[in-house]
Structures are given as C-alpha cells and as structure tokens.
Design a protein around this ligand. Structure first.
Ligand code: SF4
Length: 331
C-alpha cells in the first residue's frame, strides 16, 4: 500500500476543507471497499479524510413524511433500525442479504453508495481496464464477462454495480443528500441520477462533483411495507455479490396494484430501475400472467455479452418470483 496522510475530521466543514486542500483526497467511511482497493493498488489517494465519526448517525423523520438515513450509520444498524424495518422492510431485507455481518457492522450508508464494481479486471492491475486506467481498454468486453452487464453498457466498460442496498433504494425512489465544497450548502440528487452509465468515462461511477460529501439518504412516505421482496441470486449460498437481484414492492388496493417499485441489481453499471414494468403493473390484477408480462417488458432491451445470455432468462424468472413473493407477503 502506498503512503498517505490520514485526517480525522471533527466537523463537515473540516472534512470539506481538508478535501479541498489535498491533491488526491478520499473520504473514508468504514473502509470496507476502499482499503481493499488501496491494498491492491487500484485506489491511490494521497489523503484519507475520516468522516465516519461525523454527526450523521441517526434515522430521523423528514418533511416528506418519511425518514432520512444518516450517511455514517453502519449498514447493520440501518437494516435493524425499527423505523427502517417497519416502514421500508424492502430496504432492510436487501441490506441483510449483502456481505457478512462483520462487514455490515463496519460499512456505512454513504460508503455503500460509493462501493465500486467487483469486475475482476478492475482489481487485477496487470490487465487493461478503462475504469481503473482510462484509455487502457476493457479486458472484460472480449474476455470473461459472465458476471457483467446486460443493460446500458458501452464498449468502454461492461461492469455492474454490486450494491444490494442501492437496488432497493432505486425501487423505493430515494434521494441522496450531499454537502457541496462551497462551504457546505446542500444538494439533493434523485437516486436515479446518482449513479451513471459508463459511456466514454467509466472511471466515473456517480454524478457527484469533486469534494461533495454524502450526508444522508432521504426516503419518502413509508412504501411497500406489506408487500415486498428482495430476491438475490448468487453463485454460492454464503455471502456473494448478485448475479441478478430484484427489489420488488407492490401497493395493493383490494385486488388491484396501485403502485409498484421494481429494480434490478447485477445487470448494469447502475441500479437498474424497471420503469416500463412498473408502469405496466399499475392498475393490473396481481397474478402470474401479469407478472410474466411485466418481466418480458423489463427485459426487452437486454443486450447480453458473449458469456452472460443466461442473465436474460434468469432475470425474467427472478422478476416473476420476486413479484409473486411480494404479493404473497412472504417475509
Ligand atoms: Fe474495467 Fe469496466 Fe472493463 Fe471491468 S468492465 S475491465 S471495470 S472497463
């Protein structure tokens, strides 16, 4: 690991100032991804600014009738928080499915939003990777790409976002709250705009501006608290990243669907919101044929690579299964 300066910030203003004063700074939350990347020489910050102790540690009621999750709360404490479990159990279920308890105890909410792809070429510094080294090429595009994207990829990068938490936040329609480096004014970023597709600049995972500090995740009124399911399909039953995952929430009125939240993980450079399927589901009777049609619509634009055509069929079945589980209120 390369040498770096370590700064423990005691206020947001101090963190923002330290960031502005450094050439290659990086905020440090739990470090569960960043430190690994530094050990592998993928990330090379000259300054780590510890922000995990800042006062964004609580789940608080917000003006939208929902709750704001502090960015520095651990993933474990968030998933187990009574307001999260009661009001957004889809999020709680997704977070519990991610990583071991030890990692979730360390990982922060802000850090989870920024975790980087697990594409093996990204971690292997002897291989070409545009995300790690812009302009060097994409090893996965013509290499082993069974774990990679089927939506929204470019010839520059075919990686997927690895976060279970973010897949649920996409289905719930969250908003990310950040402090700007201009003295700390707030900016709110709709979740659909927070992560990016790779395009010609896959080195950028998000639309954060340099120096911006994530301080919270806003959720609206409690959603899908009765009918929800997070289905994660992975290569082994112990903790692993998703081949395909589906966050599904339904709001029912009698025997009609009045609202639906659907997003997939493991299929794109960002959590993949299934907008066409959500729109189709509204007003329908919840039954197998309707869920199958929603899945067809959700996967219609899939563009599999050489090794991952299986994700298209797996994705359809996962959508139907997650919707059925949500409808049947399977906890
Ligand atoms: Fe790098 Fe993206 Fe290609 Fe993986 S898919 S090798 S992260 S550019």
């Amino acid at each position: 690991m390369r040498p770096y300066e370590y700064i423990r910030s005691s206020s947001p203003a101090e963190a923002l100032r330290a960031n502005a004063a450094s050439e290659k700074p990086h905020y440090l939350g739990g470090g569960t991804n960043l430190i690994d990347l530094m050990k592998e020489d993928v990330e090379r910050p000259d300054t780590l600014i510890e922000v995990s102790g800042l006062d964004f540690q609580s789940v608080t009621a917000n003006a939208a009738g929902g709750y704001t999750l502090g960015a520095m709360i651990s993933n474990t404490d968030t998933a187990n928080h009574p307001e999260v479990k009661n009001n957004y159990p889809l999020l709680s279920m997704a977070m519990v499915s991610a990583a071991t308890e030890q990692i979730r105890n360390m990982a922060t909410n802000g850090g989870n939003l920024l975790q980087r792809t697990r594409c093996p070429y990204f971690y292997e510094t002897s291989m070409p990777c545009n995300k790690r080294e812009p302009g060097s090429g994409c090893g996965a595009l013509t290499g082993m790409n069974a774990l990679h994207a089927i939506f929204g990829w470019s010839k520059s990068c075919v990686a997927v976002n690895p976060s279970d938490m973010c897949t649920a936040l996409a289905a719930l329609g969250a908003t990310v709250v950040v402090l700007q480096p201009d003295g700390g004014s707030e900016r709110r970023i709709p979740f659909a705009d927070f992560h990016r597709l790779p395009g010609d600049t896959p080195e950028k995972d998000t639309n954060l501006e340099p120096g911006e500090l994530i301080v919270g995740i806003e959720l609206g009124e409690p959603k899908f608290s009765d009918n929800y399911y997070y289905l994660k399909i992975r290569e082994r039953s112990s903790y692993a990243f998703a081949l395909v995952s589906v966050a599904a929430g339904l709001q029912l009125d009698g025997n009609r669907i009045v609202d639906a939240g659907l997003a997939m993980g493991g299929v794109a450079h960002k959590p993949w919101k299934l907008t066409a399927a959500e729109e189709y589901l509204r007003g329908k009777v919840p039954e197998a044929a309707v869920f199958e049609e929603a899945a067809e619509r959700a996967m219609a634009d899939a563009r599999p690579l050489d090794d991952n055509e299986y994700k298209v069929e797996m994705g359809k079945k996962a959508i139907v299964r997650a919707l059925m589980q949500a409808y049947e209120r399977t906890a």
